[in-house]
Design a binder for this molecule. Structure first.
Ligand code: HEM
Length: 187
């Protein structure tokens, strides 16, 4: 089983990533800042951060066995040197979503919205990691993280637009789209 990873993302004046854009897609946005510091595993003092978001990886909720196999065959690891573009997209879903039963959520997520089937078309160009935040009492339910090379930036926009047009996204009540470029690790 994959280890559980706890991560923090701090928006402020420090960090390896330069923020190119912070777009409030729906609901309240996040304060505009210049840089993003990310840290996995150990908690870190981010000093003057304007905001800090936390999440942990966990077991998957909706992936069927054949999808697990299909994903494992094509999904790339994070940290590829050519994948200098990144996106941090924090998302909160509505009470209506959380009031649904597991089988109803799976039906919306995959049978009707094709989240995994659509996403698979964009692998291996895009590397991803999903962090769960809801159980931590955080302002967002999920922190979604993506890495891709500049040559795949247009494809990534296509993917995000396709997902936002789905039935699943009708349950998204807060979403902020943060785009980043990876720079020198010492900044
Ligand atoms: C790169 C292609 C993508 C693939 C292959 C993919 C795949 C997946 C998979 C397999 C899950 C289910 C995890 C589970 O079972 O718990 C998931 C969940 C999720 N993904 Fe994606 N995804 C992709 C892109 C995106 C993008 C671009 C966004 C945001 C704009 C996004 C947002 C989410 C969210 C919020 C969840 C959690 C849904 C929930 O638990 O209600 N995904 N994704």
């Amino acid at each position: 089983m994959a280890p559980i990873i706890a991560a923090s993302f701090a928006g402020g004046s420090r960090g390896q990533y330069r923020i190119t854009q912070i777009t409030p897609v729906i609901g309240e946005g996040l304060a505009p800042v210049a840089r993003l510091a990310t840290h996995e595993r150990a908690p870190l003092d981010f000093g003057d951060a304007a905001w800090t978001l936390r999440g942990t990886t966990g077991h998957v909720r909706y992936v069927a066995q054949r999808e697990k196999v299909a994903l494992a065959a094509v999904q790339p690891l994070l940290g590829r040197p050519e994948a200098t573009c990144a996106a941090l997209i924090p998302i909160r879903k509505s009470d209506a979503w959380w009031d649904l039963a597991q089988d109803e959520r799976r039906a919306i997520f995959e049978e009707r919205s094709r989240h995994i089937a659509v996403g698979l078309d964009y692998l291996p160009a895009v590397a991803r990691r999903l962090y769960q935040s809801r159980e931590l009492g955080e302002p967002f339910d999920f922190l979604t993280w993506f890495e891709y090379a500049p040559e795949h930036a247009a494809r990534f926009e296509q993917l995000v637009a396709a997902l936002r047009a789905t039935e699943e996204w009708r349950y998204v009540e807060r979403e902020v789209d943060i785009r980043l470029v990876k720079e020198n690790a010492n900044t």
